[in-house]
Design a protein around this ligand. Structure first.
Ligand SMILES: NC(=O)c1ccc[n+]([C@@H]2O[C@H](COP(=O)([O-])OP(=O)(O)OC[C@H]3O[C@@H](n4cnc5c(N)ncnc54)[C@H](OP(=O)(O)O)[C@@H]3O)[C@@H](O)[C@H]2O)c1
Length: 288
């Protein structure tokens, strides 16, 4: 399992010239507690980002509202000038309140401001992929996202955004967005014990659109399951590695972006890309 290289397993979405290694990295955990303020150990955060690249990761997920601005500033500090082939995916549609709250910010000028802020903080002239993070803090709320997508499509025409994705959306919202502009990826809450998107994953796979589960390891409260522990023990892997391997075998369009502030965990997560789940393991995990 230790010799796994992320570049050995890639997915290229339709309408897209980006070749994603299926094991990526989510930068949200690099900000301070509650995704607010600086990391507790700045040097360690920079080291995690540099190790991600050294391990062969070419897909980093971020947002200017992580910190706010903290993870983007860390990515720039650690990785700029960016290696060819690195895809940084960011999100717009939310801002943070002074009380650390998460507030929808999807008016046209707010979206424009967010794209420009990401460009400045990441020191880029164009953003590879911008996900519109739709409203709802507990799953998709089903509201119309057409106006926001029209703004992102304009920003794409202006050359500031190369590809457009969605986050926290249902199938109807995906279809609404696709009537406005091609969609290359969808990032929603999904993991071993949170599988509400099974039909959506299959529908997106049929269209060669990437599905990027957020909270792949359970998020702020990592997954805990005796079955997961038993499967992991039998495979001589860690429970988190098994959770990632299960996502990777779920469908070829699934890209994982586990978040960690630890180089040791990062190495384990990358190695999970080489973990094969046998039929008994899959049966036990699918029955969770
Ligand atoms: N679109 C959205 O609305 C949205 C929402 C949430 C997240 N996201 C994105 O999705 C990414 C992934 O989600 P997430 O980071 O919140 O949650 P996650 O990847 O499900 O889990 C992160 C948690 O798991 C721990 N962890 C990571 N690797 C581990 C390992 N090998 N062994 C044990 N524990 C491990 C981390 O702690 P340590 O730091 O100690 O390793 C952290 O507490 C985020 O970074 C962000 O980019 C998007």
């Amino acid at each position: 399992m230790n010799t796994y290289s992320p570049s050995s397993d890639q997915f290229t979405p339709a309408h897209c010239d980006l070749h994603f290694n299926r094991v990526g990295y989510g930068a949200m955990q690099l900000a301070g507690p509650h995704v607010w303020g600086p990391p507790k150990d700045h040097a360690a955060a920079v080291a995690v980002l540099r190790e991600a690249i050294a391990l062969g990761i070419n897909h980093i997920d971020t947002a200017d509202f992580y910190g706010p601005h903290v993870t983007n500033a860390l990515i720039r500090e650690a990785l700029h000038p960016y290696r060819d082939g690195l895809t940084i995916v960011t999100k717009v549609g939310f801002v943070r309140g002074a009380d650390q709250s998460w507030m929808p910010a999807a008016a046209p000028q707010q979206l424009r401001d967010a794209v420009h802020s990401n460009l400045r903080k990441l020191e880029l002239e164009a953003l590879d992929v911008v996900n519109f993070r739709a409203p709802g803090l507990d799953g998709a709320d089903g509201s119309s996202i057409g106006e926001a997508l029209a703004v992102l499509a304009e920003l794409k025409k202006e050359g500031l955004v190369r590809h457009i994705g969605l986050s926290n959306v249902d199938a109807r919202q995906v279809a609404e967005a696709q009537r406005i502009t091609p969609i290359v990826c969808v990032q929603n809450h999904y993991n071993l014990v949170h599988r509400g998107d099974d039909a959506l994953i299959d529908a997106l796979a049929a269209q060669a659109i990437a599905y990027v589960p957020f909270f792949p390891l359970g998020g702020f409260t990592p997954l805990q399951s005796s079955t997961l522990n038993e499967v992991a023990a039998a495979l001589r892997a860690s429970p988190m590695q098994v959770a990632l391997a299960w996502l990777l075998q779920r469908a070829p369009n699934v890209l994982v972006i586990p978040g960690t502030s630890s180089v040791a965990h990062l190495r384990q997560n990358v190695a999970a890309g080489g973990l094969a789940l046998d039929a008994a393991a899959l049966a036990a995990l699918n029955a969770l």
